[in-house]
Design a protein around this ligand. Structure first.
Ligand SMILES: [Ca+2]
Ligand SMILES: [Ca+2]
Ligand SMILES: [Ca+2]
Ligand SMILES: [Ca+2]
Length: 309
C-alpha cells in the first residue's frame, strides 16, 4: 500500500494529526494549552460536548453513520482549508486585476504567479548546491511535476492561481480534475520500462521499496501478488493500466463514509449501526479525532455544515 492509498484510508485521522501539529503555529492564542496533552478527563468532556452539540444533530441520543460522516467531513474540510490559508499567506500572493470573461468590469483578486511559486519552492541555489547527479535529477523531476500540477490546477489557464486554484495544487486528491495527476505520478514512479503500464514485477519492486520489515515475512510476497492479480488487475491482462491504477489510488467510494462505518463498527456491540455517547467516550482511543484541534466551534452551525458540503 503506498502513501496515497494510506492517506485516503486514514482520512480524518491524518488530518487530525496534521491539525495537532499546526495547532502550535504562532498566531494561535491558545499555544500553551495546545502544547500540553489534554487529560483523559478533558478528552471525555470535549467528546461529550462535541457529540451533544454537533455530531448528534437530531438530538435523539444516538450517533448514526450518517451523522458521524458529516462531522468527519466537516473536520477534514476545516483542517484542509486552514492549511491552504497558511500556505497561501506564505507565498504572499499579489493583488491583480482579473478580467471577467465579458472583458470588462475587472475584478481585484489575490493571485500567485508561477515564477513566484517556483522561486520560493525551488529556489535557484537549491539547484546550484545539489551536487550528486541523482539528487539533482530528483529535484528537476520534482520541479517538472510541480509545473504539471500547476498547469492542471490553473483551471482558467491564465497562468496565475487564485486561492481556489492553489487549493487544487496543494490537494490534488480533493479534486477530480487535478487528481488525475496523482495517477500519472504513481505510474511514473513504478513503470521502470516506460510502457505506461505497471507490470506485476514493477508493482512488487515498488512495494518492496515502500514497505518496511513486514516484507521479510514469507507470506508477504504471495499476498501482494494475489492482491494484484485478483483485485487490482481488473481486466486480468497481467498489468495495471491508467484506469486500474486510478481505481487503486483514488478509491471512488466516499472515504468519510468509510471512516464513519469503521468507527461505528469498532464499538457498536448490538449491531444496530448506531452508537451512543457512552460508546464514544468509553473508547476515546478511537474517537479522540472527532475533537477539532483548536476547538473554537462557535462559528460552526448545522446550517454551515449543510452549506459547505
Ligand atoms: Ca442522532
Ligand atoms: Ca488561473
Ligand atoms: Ca511498465
Ligand atoms: Ca490490467
Amino acid at each position: 500500500m503506498d502513501f496515497i492509498t494510506k492517506r485516503c484510508i486514514l482520512g480524518a485521522f491524518l488530518i487530525i494529526a496534521i491539525n495537532a501539529q499546526e495547532g502550535a503555529h504562532p498566531s494561535s492564542q491558545e499555544d500553551s494549552s495546545h502544547n500540553q496533552q489534554p487529560s483523559a478527563e478533558e478528552i471525555k468532556k470535549h467528546l461529550e460536548h462535541v457529540v451533544d452539540s454537533y455530531v448528534d444533530r437530531d438530538k435523539d441520543g444516538y450517533v448514526t453513520v450518517e451523522e458521524l460522516k458529516d462531522w468527519i467531513k466537516f473536520i477534514h474540510e476545516r483542517g484542509l482549508q486552514e492549511s491552504v490559508d497558511q500556505q497561501w499567506m506564505y507565498y504572499e500572493p499579489q493583488v491583480e486585476e482579473l478580467l471577467t470573461w465579458e472583458g470588462y468590469n475587472p475584478e481585484q483578486k489575490e493571485v500567485l504567479t508561477w515564477d513566484k511559486y517556483k522561486n520560493l519552492t525551488f529556489p535557484e541555489y537549491l539547484f546550484e548546491e545539489t551536487k550528486k547527479p541523482e539528487d539533482l535529477a530528483n529535484l528537476k523531476d520534482m520541479l517538472r511535476r510541480s509545473e504539471r500540477r500547476w498547469k492542471l490546477a490553473d483551471v482558467n489557464g491564465d497562468g496565475v492561481l487564485t486561492k481556489e486554484e492553489f487549493r487544487e495544487l496543494l490537494h490534488p486528491e480533493e479534486s477530480a480534475r487535478v487528481g488525475e495527476v496523482l495517477v500519472l505520478e504513481a505510474i511514473e514512479d513504478m513503470d521502470s520500462d516506460k510502457n505506461n503500464e505497471v507490470s506485476l514485477e514493477e508493482y512488487m519492486e515498488h512495494l518492496k521499496k515502500v514497505s518496511g520489515g513486514e516484507k521479510e515475512d514469507s507470506s508477504w510476497a504471495p499476498a501482494q501478488q494475489n492482491h494484484f492479480t485478483n483485485y487490482l488487475d481488473k481486466n486480468k491482462d497481467g498489468a495495471l493500466n491508467k484506469d486500474e491504477v486510478k481505481d487503486w489510488i483514488l478509491p471512488s467510494q466516499d472515504r468519510h463514509e468509510g471512516e464513519a462505518w469503521h468507527l461505528v463498527s469498532m464499538v457498536d456491540s448490538d449491531r444496530d449501526t448506531k452508537i451512543t455517547k457512552h460508546d464514544i467516550t468509553a473508547n476515546p482511543q478511537f474517537f479522540v479525532g472527532l475533537i477539532p484541534s483548536d476547538y473554537h466551534m462557535q462559528h460552526h452551525s448545522n446550517q454551515r455544515t449543510k452549506d459547505e458540503f
